[in-house]
Design a protein. Structure first.
Ligand SMILES: N[C@@H](CCC(=O)N[C@@H](CS)C(=O)NCC(=O)O)C(=O)O
Length: 239
């Protein structure tokens, strides 16, 4: 039994762990999505962070398994991947999977900063001017650079996935990145994806994996929304 702790009401970074657990068909509990009266809610996260002895998590997502409490999305997936059959086989490939996942974490941070470039203590509306400038730089420079990098990874080997014939947690996260950017910046995403066919194809293949498709059709998959990392504010997209 795996326990995932992530803020309720949004996909956020927790979605990368969820997608891996769902594709694996693992038994897991999405603890903070349970009512507070049943030990869930944001309070469950705060309690876990406060009460973990030794090395404690700084922020969710957090995975609890077999007495281990582990945070940082990439570290969680590096732990989980081999246990649920969603990591590549060789040691070198596993390090490269982690390398790609850490680069994906950078995408999540930069996507977040497009709508909150100065501080999380202010609303988007209170930092809109800075967000406009940040989003322009993200769309024009960073997005093509990140997608171009992942295009190269997606096309590097024969086979449908980054590491060949077997799907890994990296493929699942790349799918989530593509759909997230498409949600937040539909025009910029279409522009950039026109030049990254291997990445676009990878996302399409992941989306129809039976377990992923079943998850996406289930109520467990929350829609993208303006509480998450990828937010749709049309003024931040390509003109
Ligand atoms: N690098 C971390 C980032 C974790 C993170 O920023 N979590 C957010 C939610 S998605 C949070 O609650 N942060 C609180 C904070 O940074 O104070 C990861 O990839 O897991």
């Amino acid at each position: 039994m795996y326990r995932l702790y992530y803020w309720p009401g949004l996909q956020g970074r927790g979605e990368l762990v969820r997608l891996t657990l769902e594709q694996a068909g693992a038994t897991y509990e999405d603890v903070a999505r349970k009512p507070e009266a049943e030990g869930g809610g944001a309070r469950a996260i705060m309690r876990l962070m406060k009460e973990t002895a030794g090395v404690a998590p700084f922020a969710p997502p957090i995975l609890e398994h077999d007495g281990l409490v582990l945070a940082q999305t990439a570290a969680i997936l590096d732990y989980l991947g081999p246990r649920v059959g969603l990591a590549p086989e060789s040691e070198g490939d596993r390090h490269h999977a982690l390398q790609l996942q850490l680069t994906l974490a950078d995408v999540w941070s930069e996507a977040h900063d497009t709508h909150h470039p100065t501080t999380n203590a202010l609303t988007y509306e209170e930092q809109r001017e800075a967000a406009l400038a940040r989003s322009k730089a993200f769309r024009e420079a960073r997005l093509p650079k990140f997608f171009g990098y992942f295009e190269r990874a997606a096309a590097a080997r024969p086979g449908p996935y980054v590491f060949g014939n077997a799907v890994s947690y990296v493929d699942l996260s790349l799918f989530q990145m593509v759909r997230g950017v498409e949600y937040a910046f539909p025009k910029a995403a279409a522009r950039v994806l026109a030049g990254t066919p291997a990445l676009a194809g990878l996302a399409a293949r992941v989306e129809v994996l039976p377990n992923v498709a079943a998850y996406l059709a289930s109520p467990r998959r929350l829609p993208f929304n303006e509480k998450g990392i990828f937010r749709r504010y049309p003024e931040l997209d390509d003109p």
